[in-house]
Design a protein around this ligand. Structure first.
Ligand SMILES: [Zn+2]
Length: 252
């Protein structure tokens, strides 16, 4: 880590000396002060510019900083927070959506039934909070699990990640992180996700911008196999439930 930093520092110094900056330096370190941070393309996951880190930990600079602060505090309490997924690009989300659409159709579902089934768990490309760089899926590190790690049962009492769940419940808000998809009995939309955290100081203004700019409408106009079957009633319920029926503390 230290070696890498020294290396990067040297490369920048050298680049400055020869009068140019390497591409990564030009593309990095854009914060919310920069208009690009708020651009429709960025909010739809079409550009990782302004994000920091390496997969699976790619976040905006402020979210990254806050996350690390929380991670250190948890570590001091004996809990290892391990990131599983953070920034997800538009093209990745599109690939997920289209492959599910193909699979459900092959299983005999109609195009509309296929899309309805996809959006129980997955987002329409361009509408994922994972495009923003403010949201992250975490599990408890140093614990071995067979199969899928992102299952509610692991976070429930008696589950492998129970201690992480308790720690996050007691402490995450102190660092600005909130669950998006809570287990509130009246909440609709995406199912309960005890692993999905959002950094409120950045994601609240982003959601506001997202709505005001009509990014959701723009996402639905893109060329994606299957989204042409989304009619106005499905569109309305997706916006109301999947995108906006979230933890009320994360609403603008
Ligand atoms: Zn997630």
């Amino acid at each position: 880590m230290i070696k890498r930093r020294v290396f990067l520092k040297q490369s920048v110094t050298t680049a400055l000396a020869i009068g140019c900056l390497p591409t990564w330096a030009k593309d990095s370190f854009i914060d919310s002060e920069d208009p690009f941070f708020w651009s429709v393309n960025r909010l739809m996951g079409m550009s990782p510019r302004s994000l920091k880190g390496e997969d699976p930990l790619v976040l905006t600079r402020k979210t990254f900083k806050a996350f690390n602060k929380m991670r250190v505090a948890a570590w001091e309490d004996g809990i290892v927070i391990s990131p599983v997924s953070s920034f997800r690009s538009y093209s990745r989300q599109k690939a997920i959506f289209e492959s599910k659409f193909k699979r459900f159709q092959a299983e005999g579902l109609s195009p509309t039934e296929s899309v309805k089934k996809i959006i129980e768990y997955s987002t329409i490309p361009g509408t994922s909070r994972h495009h923003w760089g403010t949201d992250i899926d975490v599990i408890q590190g140093k614990i071995k699990i067979d199969g899928d790690v992102l299952l509610e049962e692991h976070f429930n009492s008696g589950g492998a990640f129970e201690n992480l769940h308790h720690w996050l419940t007691d402490n995450a808000v102190n660092y600005g992180f909130y669950l998006v998809y809570t287990n509130h009995p009246e909440r609709k939309g995406f199912k309960y996700e005890p692993w999905h955290l959002s950094y409120a100081p950045e994601s609240i203004p982003i959601l506001k911008r997202y709505i005001n700019k009509g990014v959701y409408e723009i996402a639905l106009q893109q060329k994606v196999k299957g989204i042409e079957v989304i009619n106005s009633s499905l569109k309305t319920s997706y916006l109301k439930e999947q995108l906006l029926d979230i933890n009320p503390l994360l609403l603008p």
